[in-house]
Design a protein around this ligand. Structure first.
Ligand code: AMP
Ligand code: MG
Length: 395
């Protein structure tokens, strides 16, 4: 049997980082920056007021209370500014440029709020409530480096330096394709022998959760020819394909039967539980990676977390390797088959303990849904006593 590490290494050696493209800012959330972003101007571009109040010369308000004439009113966006002469005040709003001559802003709360003249009740320090030009960013300064994942705040600074479009590695487009003659759409009635398709929902959501764009293709039955047709139709819009089901040792294994003859997809037994049967390779003229995951719901999700999620990171241009784990103390004893790495479903608590959930079968979807972590038991370990430190993959 192939080791988990060797299978992941093969996958990471095959999948390629997506080429950069230029996107409108509105479409850049969750993508990976592929250029250096710098600011053409200082930020803030000009000295401006941090508060609503009065721009003054600090020396004029050292003895309080003091009443000064208000000679002008500047709102944010004003560009016609009258200088503040000695003994004068200018009413000023947050974000408005500080007029020449003024060296401090008195917050309105320290005054009577007057409009023709203002009485100021507290002295101010020079520079009070003034945001200086370049205080955030100098002209020409790099604000974001390539490889940064673009979240809301990163979008904000890209817009804040005046950019409308940005070079990024896009979110990988991943088509999810469930196979199984027994599967029907949730929301429709079950006939004997049927179950509702759940894997395509889990896997599509897992793709989105991992920074990809997930597309859920219509489920196909167990006919390899129908599967190939559907695969063909989906390839045009995919950076990678995930299939579920049809890769085991039985009869009616459409994915295995359809893809094995191509010679570009290998079906192997990987030393893990759940998720032993795994297919991986490339399909189509563009050599699109395909992950053929087993159909049991827990197996397909665990396989996604162990193999597909790291591959998605590589496609996104991010550092990619085995899933990260944390150490926790297990609150029950565990058993694990010799020679296979186990991923047991557990509840990881804030106090650093993890409790295995009831129902460790690879079909037990409800037990999976009650877990928030996978307890990883190494290949050479068959028994883990309660209280032992274990490695845990948060889900
Ligand atoms: P297979 O890998 O196709 O042999 O399927 C293994 C088990 O997983 C069978 O019990 C299937 O009914 C079940 N299964 C396969 N695909 C799905 C799916 N999309 N949603 C829920 N269960 C599935
Ligand atoms: Mg099947």
């Amino acid at each position: 049997m192939k080791s988990v590490d060797a299978h992941l290494a093969d996958i990471l050696a095959t999948v390629r980082t997506l080429a950069p493209l230029e996107l409108e800012l509105e479409r850049a959330l969750g993508t990976t920056l592929a250029e250096e972003v710098s600011s053409p101007v200082p930020l803030p571009p000009f000295d401006n007021s941090a508060m609503d109040g009065y721009a003054v010369r600090a020396a004029d308000v050292s003895g309080v209370p003091v009443t000064l004439p208000v000679v002008d009113d500047v709102a944010a966006g004003s560009d016609e500014l009258r200088a503040v002469g000695p003994g004068h005040a200018v009413r000023i709003m947050t974000g408005a440029p500080v007029p020449a001559g003024a060296d401090a802003v008195v917050p309105v709360e320290w005054t009577d709020g007057g409009t023709a003249q203002v009485t100021i009740n507290r002295p101010v320090q020079v520079g009070n409530a003034i945001r200086r030009a370049g205080e955030d960013v100098q002209a020409g300064e790099v604000v974001l480096k390539p490889g940064t994942v673009i979240g809301p705040a990163q979008l904000g600074i890209i817009a804040g330096v005046g950019r409308r479009r940005v070079w990024v590695r896009p979110r990988p487009r991943i088509v999810v394709l469930s196979t199984g003659a027994e599967l029907v759409e949730p929301g429709t009635a079950l006939r004997p022998g049927q179950i509702w398709d759940s894997n395509s929902f889990t896997l599509t959501a897992a793709v989105r959760d991992s920074g990809g764009e997930g597309f859920r293709a219509a489920t196909v039955g167990d006919d390899p020819a129908v599967f190939l047709d559907q695969l063909d139709a989906q390839l045009v819009r995919a950076d990678a394909i995930i299939t579920s089901g049809g890769v085991s040792m039985g009869a009616y294994e459409p994915v295995k039967e359809a893809l094995s003859p191509l010679g570009t997809v290998r079906f192997e037994k990987v030393a893990m539980q759940p998720g032993m049967p795994q297919g991986f390779g490339v399909v189509g003229d563009d050599q699109i990676p395909i992950f053929a995951l087993p159909g049991n719901p827990v197996s397909s999700y665990v396989s996604f977390m162990v193999f597909v999620r790291p591959a998605l990171r590589k496609m996104r241009g991010l550092p990619a390797g085995p899933p990260e784990t944390v150490t926790a103390y297990v609150l029950a004893s565990l058993r694990s088959p010799a020679g296979r790495r186990s991923y047991l479903r557990g509840v990881l608590a804030d106090d650093g303990t993890v409790t295995p959930v009831h129902g460790q079968g690879s079909h037990q979807l409800a037990a999976l849904a009650s877990a928030n972590a996978l307890i990883v038991v190494p290949e050479d370990t068959t028994e883990v006593p309660s209280g032992t430190a274990v490695q845990v993959m948060p889900l």
